[in-house]
Write a protein of this length. Structure first.
Length: 115
């Protein structure tokens, strides 16, 4: 009984809080990106090199067609490097609308060549 009380009194917060924070951070990183993030990738698409385009298309193909926050960070960095600068596009639609617009740009024949 004393061991249980010791754990509750002295170890619950120092061990429990980091554990709960790690669980929440994992959940947060696995959620879908915001509509503006899809719009940013869509606006950058014509200026991207083929490896970056392939990475974006691959991210869209995996994970039921959604890009997670975890996947977005390297995609954003690669797009920024390729384009030299990005337009941080706003979005009036939902994530589903912006995702569909990005898929349309990826699938279009005009979107396959770099300008």
């Amino acid at each position: 009984m004393k061991v249980g009380r010791f754990v509750i009194d002295y170890l619950l917060v120092p061990l429990g809080m980091p554990l709960l924070t790690a669980v929440y951070a994992g959940y947060h990183a696995s959620t879908e990106i915001e509509p503006a993030s899809y719009a940013t990738l869509r606006e950058a698409w014509p200026h991207l090199h083929q490896p970056t385009r392939s990475a974006i298309a691959s991210a869209m193909d995996s994970g039921s067609g959604k890009i997670s926050r975890w996947q977005y960070i390297p995609l954003f960095n690669a797009a920024l490097t390729d384009a030299g600068g990005l337009v941080m596009a706003g979005s009036e639609g939902s994530a589903q609308d912006e995702r569909a617009k990005l898929k349309a740009v990826i699938a279009s024949p005009a979107g396959n060549g770099r300008t």
